[in-house]
Design a protein around this ligand. Structure first.
Ligand SMILES: [Zn+2]
Length: 386
């Protein structure tokens, strides 16, 4: 086990170590964006800090012509959990057997470091490339995600600034770097249910109205439904109940109320409106007194095949010898806020097996290769456009 020095032979690993040392637990940025801005300004970027409440965001841009290729990501990390359980200090990057350990090493400070160093390499060779390059960096991805990317995208559209293509550096890979590239994400819709009945003595059910008995057949029916079979790009829509509560803790009393929570991860075969309508039609076909509140945390999005997907596909294949799988699996990401502005979004980053866990780590070699992939994407997107 060796603590990292600042004199690692690879610039991208040095930068990654500096980022990990900044304790940027969401929504803290802890100076990560300042460090990135310094490097970007030296490259000719105009850096703009967009502060919304306690969230720091960075919008950096070089060039004022279209098209705009934007690299996006977040500096915030999830809390380390019990630091005693870590093999080494989560905020002191440590190298062990070719792996670099530290909170945020995979999610997603290696993506950020790779973007900066790839830009430095690309611009030293091609300072007069076509189009513009931008970076959209937030410190509010792991938290509520209200004052981050969502607000920056809104501010940009208010002043008519448009992004054409976006590469998000989230850890998309599963077993090997570049094996999976995300080209979209499923939507996420939650329902908060209340069923009302009449409390009563368990021995006199005719005098009570048990909300558990009312809900059970509805729940069974919801589980029976095949929502869809997915489509070319999306896995099937899934319905999951995450919580059911009723009962007052006494064995001889039936409850007056039941509450439940469920979630849909849904494909583009549905909209949140059509899903809500369907669920209500199931409830309404039963004799049940219910109230349902909805929360939409992200609509599904999909980037159609085209220049960006081709470039990412080519960059990955060149470096790994294997074509990436184009996937829409996994949880939500800030791509849900960027895509609706008419932006093609692709996510390419390191292996995600250890993200949010104790002893989060990234393969040093992967970070170096990821840097080359990002540089190659810039070459394919921004040279000889016209
Ligand atoms: Zn992330």
């Amino acid at each position: 086990m060796q603590p990292m020095t600042d004199q690692f032979c690879e610039p991208v690993i040095d930068l990654l170590c500096e980022l990990i040392r900044r304790r940027s637990v969401t929504p803290e940025d802890a100076g990560c964006q300042g460090l990135m801005s310094e490097r970007l300004e030296r490259l000719g970027f105009t850096c703009e800090t967009m502060q919304f409440n306690d969230v720091t965001n960075l919008w950096a841009r070089r060039g004022d012509v279209s098209p705009v290729l934007c690299f996006a990501g977040h500096t915030d990390v999830v809390p380390p959990g019990d630091e005693q359980e870590w093999s080494t200090d989560p905020f002191e990057p440590t190298l062990r057997d070719g792996l670099l350990y530290g909170r945020g090493s995979a999610d997603m400070k290696s993506g950020l470091a790779a973007m900066i160093v790839a830009l430095e390499d690309f611009l030293s060779e091609h300072p007069d490339h076509d189009g513009s390059i931008a970076l959209l960096i937030t410190s509010d991805e792991e938290g509520r995600a209200r004052d981050g990317t969502l607000k920056v995208i809104h501010a940009l559209s208010e002043r008519d600034e448009h992004i054409d293509w976006c590469v998000l550096g989230e850890p998309s890979s599963q077993d090997n770097l570049g094996d999976i590239v995300r080209v979209g994400r499923r939507g996420s819709l939650s329902g908060m249910l209340t069923v009302r009945g009449v409390q009563g003595h368990v021995a006199y059910p005719q005098l009570a109205d048990n909300p558990i008995r009312r809900f059970a057949p509805v729940l069974a029916e919801l589980h029976e439904i095949v929502w869809d079979d997915g489509n070319e790009f999306f896995p099937p829509t899934s319905f999951q109940v995450v919580d059911v509560q009723a009962g007052i803790g006494a064995p001889n009393v039936t409850p007056a109320e039941l509450s439940a929570r469920f979630n849909f991860r849904y494909s583009t075969e549905w909209t949140h409106e059509s899903l809500q309508e369907k669920v209500h039609s199931v409830f309404d076909a039963h004799d049940i007194d219910y109230e349902l509140k909805w929360h939409l945390s992200g609509k599904p999005f999909l980037t159609q095949p085209g220049k960006l997907i081709n470039a990412v596909h080519e960059a990955v294949t060149e470096h790994t010898g294997t074509a990436p799988e184009l996937s829409t699996g996994g949880g939500t990401s800030d791509g849900r806020f960027i895509s609706p502005a008419g932006v093609d979004v692709v996510e390419l980053g390191p292996v995600n097996a250890s993200i949010h866990k104790i002893d989060e780590h990234v393969k040093v070699e992967d970070v170096i290769t990821l840097t080359s992939m990002y540089k190659r994407i810039m070459e394919l997107m921004l040279l000889q456009i016209g």
